[in-house]
Design a binder for this molecule. Structure first.
Ligand SMILES: [Ca+2]
Ligand SMILES: [Ca+2]
Ligand SMILES: [Ca+2]
Ligand SMILES: [Ca+2]
Length: 277
């Protein structure tokens, strides 16, 4: 074995130990094989953010910054109602959101404890005042627990249990709506404000769902990230037919994709979060 290959293998092991939003995996890793039980139980890895204000740019347009660490889950939202979307992280171990209103990294400017063990973080403008709030999706009950600005909780059950939650403003009334993505059917089920469901079959098996307002018309629509070719797909035509999709290749294999209106100009664009030792 050449030294070069050995280095790559070691590197791969280190990266694999940086588990994003899934600290429970450790018990599996450690018990699977005694001979492999050489990694630290909870290596802390840093989240490094690469965001682009251009949906056609394959390089970041915002200077990279570090914010959060494993096992935190990266999120984005317009927490202050000005200047577009900025980073946040959700720590599943402490059920705490840490939010920032800039791209400087550091520590959270707003910290909110919400949710229960096993919940997934969600972001939306639940009251339509132009500022995003946080919430969690409870897989056990299939319920969206929307945390309102006054700290109260507004629950909304939708879809099957253990679904993949999505949030967006499907009708453009300023209030975020919910939906679920069904990976096996590559289908988005979008809950309209009247309770009806709009189903969109979109993408391929293995794609990861994204939601954004690609053209900045005030209505959110689906997008996809395809890990195999590191490509973002934006359904710019919205949720109504006919479909028009634009795409951009961005980031590296293993990156965590996310989207946001980083410059506040009205349209969402891509970014990735890398997990670095
Ligand atoms: Ca903002
Ligand atoms: Ca709001
Ligand atoms: Ca809406
Ligand atoms: Ca739109």
């Amino acid at each position: 074995m050449s030294k070069r290959v050995l280095t790559q293998l070691v590197s791969a092991v280190v990266v694999a130990s940086c588990v994003l939003g899934a600290s429970a995996v450790w018990s599996v890793v450690r018990s699977s094989s005694a001979s492999e039980d050489v990694q630290p139980a909870a290596e802390i890895c840093v989240l490094r953010w690469f965001l682009s204000n251009s949906r056609t740019s394959s390089v970041a347009t915002i200077p990279a910054f570090s914010y959060g660490n494993t096992p935190m889950v990266p999120i984005a939202g317009d927490w202050d109602g000005v200047g577009g979307d900025t980073p946040g992280v959700y720590n599943p171990d402490t059920q705490t959101f840490h939010l920032r209103n800039d791209f400087a990294g550091g520590v959270g400017q707003v910290n909110i404890t919400f949710g229960s063990s096993g919940d997934k973080p969600i972001v939306g403008d639940w009251d339509g005042n132009g500022r995003d709030e946080v919430g969690v999706y409870s897989p056990l009950t299939g319920t969206f627990l929307r945390r309102l600005a006054d700290g109260s909780t507004s629950p909304l059950a939708y879809g099957a249990k253990f679904a993949v939650p999505v949030v967006g403003d499907w009708d453009g009334n300023g209030v975020s709506d919910v939906g679920v993505y069904r990976p096996e059917g590559t289908a988005f089920d979008l809950r309209l404000p009247d309770g009806a469901t709009r189903t969109l079959v979109y993408g391929n098996v293995g794609d990861k769902p994204l939601i954004g307002d690609w053209r900045g018309d005030g209505r959110d629509e689906p997008g996809l990230y395809r890990p195999g070719n590191r490509t973002f797909y934006f359904r710019v035509s919205g949720i109504d037919p006919p479909e028009t999709t634009e795409s951009v290749t961005f980031g590296d294999t293993g990156d965590k994709p996310l989207v946001g209106d980083w410059d506040g100009a009205g349209g969402s664009s891509q970014g990735v979060v890398k997990v670095l030792p």
